[in-house]
Design a binder for this molecule. Structure first.
Ligand code: GLV
Ligand code: GLV
Length: 331
């Protein structure tokens, strides 16, 4: 019998159709908030699953999944997966790096510039019919060019963001768990600094780091207090990296100029204090959302799933495997 796979959300149908060459595919017609029980049930009798960042998969969800051999995540971040639990159970896991790097870096810049130059606020003001009140001090923002860009998390996306800064005559500072090789630093014209220095020196701080328990609320009231009052904060990582109440306080009290946020701790719910702030630019987790890139992410997840189950040109070698150790665990 053909292996069975579960596709947790409706994704590009023509891309997903490639799975039907090898597998029996089960999926849903509309975006679905799956309960942990639904996920456990769906995983119970399939060989593989293709999931997105809203689908949390941990020890409880895989406990009864005796045939499950692979979880292919659509997304570069995989904090929705309990990787140690999957590895221990001998289940392969994959993500979708590289294909989204440039698109996501573009969006980080778009959010930063929108925050610095008050673009969302200006558009609301215009649509609300205020142009008659325009004067030379209307909606003045901060400059991006010639300022210092701070990048927290210098992976592929962080580096792509850094490279874009050259055309804006910016100084680039970064902090990362580990310092990058000198050649990479030079290619990005980025200087390594410690976390507190990054906070103090950044005119525009961009968060691009993975979300781990150690990074929970890393940007809290104390961290925000170290930033200059004219600075902006842009988050394209995960909402949980920022203490949103502390951020709302700083934005409301003029201790931070503006924020650009694409991710939220309780998304799709949003902290109502952020919604009420004029100096917060808010977008619904769309940093990787160009048509070409979203299609490429789903295609890469399909390739990972197909290869992990032993089919296709890369059979046995999923291109972006996160846990090679799972093979040893499964013997
Ligand atoms: C999106 O947030 C991703 O991790 O790809
Ligand atoms: C992380 O994987 C990144 O691409 O920045």
């Amino acid at each position: 019998p053909r292996p069975r796979v579960w596709v947790s959300q409706p994704l590009f149908g023509d891309v997903i159709a490639r799975l039907r060459e090898h597998f029996d595919v089960r999926t849903v017609d509309t975006i679905t908030q799956h309960s942990p029980q639904d996920i456990a049930q769906a995983l119970g009798d399939v060989d593989g699953a293709l999931v997105t960042l809203n689908d949390r998969i941990g020890a409880a969800e895989i406990a009864g999944a005796s045939r499950l051999r692979v979880i292919a995540n659509v997304g570069v971040g995989y904090n929705n997966l309990d990787l140690p639990a999957l590895t221990q159970a001998g289940i392969l896991a994959s993500n979708t790096p590289d294909v989204l790097t440039q698109t996501t870096a573009d969006f980080g810049w778009a959010l930063m510039m929108a925050a610095a130059r008050r673009i969302s606020e200006a558009e609301r003001w215009l649509r609300d019919g205020h142009w008659q009140q325009w004067n030379f001090e209307t909606l003045l923002g901060g400059d991006v060019h010639g300022s210092t860009l701070g990048i927290l998390g210098m992976g592929r996306i962080g580096q792509a963001i850094a490279r874009r800064a050259a055309g804006f005559d910016m100084r680039v500072r970064y902090h990362n768990r580990s310092r990058l090789p000198v050649e990479v630093e030079q290619a990005c014209a980025a200087h390594y600094v410690d976390f507190d220095t990054l906070l103090a020196q950044s005119d525009h701080l961009m968060l691009v780091l993975p979300y781990t328990p150690a990074n929970h609320h890393l940007i809290d009231a104390a961290a925000l207090a170290r930033m200059p009052a004219h600075a902006t904060l842009t988050n394209i990582a995960r909402g949980g990296v920022v203490d949103e109440d502390a951020l709302a306080d700083a934005l409301a009290n003029g201790r931070l100029a503006a924020a650009g946020l694409d991710v939220f701790e309780g998304e799709p719910a949003i902290n109502p204090r952020l919604l009420a702030l004029r100096n917060a630019v808010l977008t619904p987790h769309i940093a990787s959302g160009s048509l070409a890139t979203r299609r490429a992410m789903v295609a890469l997840a399909v390739d990972n799933l197909t290869a992990a189950l032993g089919f296709g040109p890369a059979a046995g070698k999923p291109p972006s495997l996160l846990n090679p150790g799972a093979r040893a665990a499964s013997g």
